[in-house]
Design a protein around this ligand. Structure first.
Ligand SMILES: [Cu+2]
Length: 460
């Protein structure tokens, strides 16, 4: 085991203590979670190594386990030449520790370190990742390997299972290319001018390995496997299936749903998490991976092997239980909101550099924007209206919202921190801010976020 792997995750007592002393010369206690932001080579496939910035030398970084309501000390060492922002996605913590420049959070200085304590208030699947602005530097932000799964252990057990498996999707070798026209462009009238740029990737992975290059998931017939899935992509929404099997979805973005249900396909926008049980009742060799053949062949998949089975993976079409948030909610209307905040999303055509921008209510975010004031304890409703031909994974920081309407359908009970708004779709989400300070709202597609798809609130 390398030293790096040894230090990963919940820090091992004693190992780092010799390196750190407080001013009185007394050895400082090792933090519960130690993250080293550092460059590393990641072997995504044999002979295919990417050079990137990571947490603790691997991508994904270490699986970080915390406990609901238990204060957790975190120490972050930045071994790079640039300041970094480490964002605790889905944790309701102070703006100071949330890890974004927009909220005025503490940065991890270049070649420096930062130590603090956080208390996860909600159990479930969470996520830690870089919140640096990338713009056209595709080595930064979530394009890099700076991401890790955070699992907050519930006070009570989530149920019986034989195996627990964590999966994170990610793409590598990003490049900017002129957008290729496709059918969706026809709907978009301003697509007639050329020069728009989009992100393309060389290779995709689950848990940092392209399909066929990592260790398979080994199961036995009759097992009940709990999958924790995270979309840690910078820009790509994912559709995953496991042919011959169904997913029994119990939580979205780490929060238990009121109506757990079976689906054939998991759909995760950037930043979303899904927890689902699978009954292993179809022995064979299978691929848990992208529904799209091309995406799966470019690496987004992992072999699932039943004991005593070998050979090539079987092919099967996905079942007929489609993904739909409403499947997991209750068909009831939410209480009236104290205030409705409409948000209309538009695409701003590319400028002379070929970069399109994104606006909310006609405004492209600027650092000089004054945050809009919200009051603690009031029930706010965001009324989203997507006037673009793209899906957007919309993320609210430091808060959990409840999906209360998608299109014409009312719902309650679906609690999330990211919602994918489909092209030209409308949806409404409610939230009651409980902590003061700045709160960032943005599209989690990194390029959209960097190009103006952001809005800042101040809770008083
Ligand atoms: Cu977007």
């Amino acid at each position: 085991m390398t030293r790096r792997a040894f230090v990963a995750g919940i820090a091992t007592a004693g190992l780092l203590s010799s390196q750190r002393r407080d001013d009185g010369g007394i050895p400082a206690r090792v933090a519960d979670v130690v993250l080293g932001i550092e460059h590393a080579q990641i072997e995504v496939a044999s002979g295919r190594t990417v050079s990137t910035t990571t947490y603790n030398g691997t991508a994904p970084g270490p699986l970080i386990r915390m406990r609901e309501g238990v204060p957790t000390s975190v120490e972050i060492f930045n071994r790079t030449e640039v300041p970094e922002y480490v964002h605790w996605h889905g944790l309701e913590i102070s703006a100071e520790l949330d890890g974004t420049p927009e909220e005025g959070s503490l940065a991890v200085p270049a070649n420096g370190s930062l130590r603090y304590e956080i208390t996860p208030l909600q159990a479930g699947s969470r996520y830690v990742h870089s919140h640096a602005m990338a713009m056209t530097d595709l080595s930064r932000g979530v394009y890099s390997g700076q991401f890790a799964f955070v699992y907050v252990e519930p006070r009570r057990n989530p149920g019986r299972y034989d195996q627990e498996i964590f999966l994170s999707t990610h793409e590598w070798e990003p490049r900017l290319e002129p957008e290729q026209s496709d059918e969706s462009a026809e709907e978009d009238e301003d697509e007639t001018e050329s020069g728009s740029m989009e992100i393309r990737y060389g290779i995709r992975s689950i848990n940092g390995k392209a399909l066929g290059h990592g260790e398979p998931i080994r199961v036995r017939e009759g097992q009940r496997v709990l999958f924790h899935v995270l979309n840690a992509s910078a820009t790509e929404n994912a559709q995953l299936h496991l042919p011959g099997h169904k997913f029994y979805v119990v939580s979205l973005d780490g929060n238990p749903v009121p109506r757990p249900s079976h689906v054939s396909v998991l759909e995760l926008g950037v930043g979303e998490r899904v927890d689902a049980f699978v009954e292993m009742n179809n022995p064979g060799i299978w691929i848990l991976g992208a529904v799209d053949d091309e995406v799966r062949r470019s690496g987004l998949g992992i072999r699932v092997e039943y004991a005593l089975r070998q050979g090539e993976p079987q092919f099967a079409r996905s079942g007929d239980l489609p993904w739909d948030y409403l499947r997991f909610g209750l068909k009831r209307s939410a209480p009236k909101a104290d205030e409705v905040i409409p948000m209309r999303f538009l695409r701003v055509p590319p400028d002379q550099h070929g970069m399109e921008k994104w606006s909310i209510n006609g405004h492209v975010y600027s650092e000089t924007d004054k945050p809009e004031v919200l009051t603690c304890g009031r029930r706010y409703r965001f009324a989203f209206n997507n006037r673009t031909p793209e899906a957007h994974p919309l993320h609210l920081h430091r808060n959990t919202f409840e999906v209360v309407r998608i299109g014409a359908n009312a719902a309650t009970g679906i609690k999330k921190d990211v919602i994918v708004l489909q092209p030209y779709q409308k949806a409404e989400v409610d939230f009651v801010p409980r902590q003061r300070g700045l709160v960032l709202f943005h599209c989690h597609q990194q390029m959209h976020m960097d190009m103006g798809f952001k809005r800042l609130f101040q809770v008083v």
